[in-house]
Design a protein around this ligand. Structure first.
Ligand code: NAD
Length: 295
């Protein structure tokens, strides 16, 4: 069977979902960007609209041109679930929580056409656990496609086959990512946080903990861990603000539970400072700001 990706559904219109939809639009692939219906909202598509419109404000620009917004249709999962039958690839980009992702896959399995590729943008949850309990057709077409933030600019794409992913599905996605999306693909085993985040999250956590211990300031740490050590721009705390502190806490906590080495486990304990910031809604650039004011 010849595979083609004519249209994509991106589920979750937050930092990454909107960014992925923008990157697809930049290369001429239309998408349906869906989110949940927010409680008490007058517009049932409010979250997807907010995600899509955020693309016009981003610096550096997420879109090659504002006209590319026309490639992104918005909707919500309650009213538009049936429309997943229109697409060739569904990419899940919702909150980093296994139970939430599993329940979404259970729902969408009943709607997608057989042969539709479904992938998760998880930062490091188990691909096998996400697919467990689903049909064989779903499991053979399911894999991890982990984009990095911001999707337009970060070349890396981690591809993570699950235990049952069909080899031709993996090959097809890798070729599509490289040729059409311009990504550099790295294949990962389905282990905690895969490759880049296993190293990156650990590095961030160790830096944050060291800072707290030594009483260093945010600006000092960022001055030491930015361009002077070869990073183009974002240093430690600026990166956390861009990622979203809430998402970072989910990722680090998943790691804390999953690793068995005690020293590594210790490194993934969330410092009080970050917990407090999340409680107060200081989760980064997607909200009111975090370590730095909202830009
Ligand atoms: P986010 O908090 O910005 O957005 C998540 C979106 O999912 C929200 O709009 C929320 O309303 C929606 N959502 C929540 N529950 C839902 C449900 N049941 N159905 C549909 N939508 C739902 O998060 P994000 O930073 O975009 O992260 C999304 C995923 O991408 C996570 O798995 C995260 O680990 C991963 N990721 C994040 C980054 C990053 O830098 N932020 C990078 C790579 C991967």
């Amino acid at each position: 069977m010849e595979r083609k990706i004519r249209k994509v559904a991106v589920i979750g219109a937050g930092v990454m979902g909107a960014g992925i939809a923008a990157h697809l639009a930049n290369v001429g692939v239309p998408s349906l960007l869906l989110d949940i219906v927010p409680e008490g909202a007058t517009d049932r598509n409010a979250l997807a609209i907010r995600g899509r419109d955020s693309l016009l404000k981003q610096k550096p620009a997420a879109l090659y041109s504002p006209q590319n917004l026309a490639y992104i249709e918005v909707g919500n999962l309650e009213d538009d679930l049936h429309r997943l039958s229109e697409v060739d690839w569904v990419i899940e980009v919702v909150v980093e929580n296994l139970a939430v992702k599993q329940s979404l896959f259970e729902k969408l399995e009943t709607v997608v056409r057989p042969g539709t590729i479904v992938s998760s943008n998880t930062s490091g949850l188990s691909i096998g656990a996400m697919a467990a309990g689903r049909s064989e057709s779903f499991r053979t077409h399911f894999l991890g496609t982990h984009f990095f933030n911001p999707p337009r600019y970060m070349k890396l794409l981690e591809i993570i086959p699950g235990p049952d992913t069909a080899p031709d599905v993996v090959e097809f996605m890798a070729a599509f990512a490289e040729k059409r999306l311009g990504k550099g693909v790295v294949y990962c085993k389905d282990t905690v946080n895969f490759i880049a985040n296993r190293i990156g999250t650990y590095g961030l956590m160790v830096t944050v903990q060291e800072m707290v211990k030594r009483g260093l300031g945010v600006d000092e740490v960022d001055a030491l861990t930015g361009p002077v050590i070869g990073r183009p721009k974002s240093a430690t705390f600026r990166t956390l603000d861009i990622v979203g502190l809430d998402t970072f806490v989910h990722v680090a906590t998943n790691c804390h539970h999953a690793v068995t080495d005690l020293a590594e486990k210790e490194a993934f304990v969330i410092p009080d400072l970050i917990e407090q910031m999340v409680k107060r809604g200081m989760i980064g650039q997607k909200a009111k700001g975090g370590f730095f004011k909202k830009e």
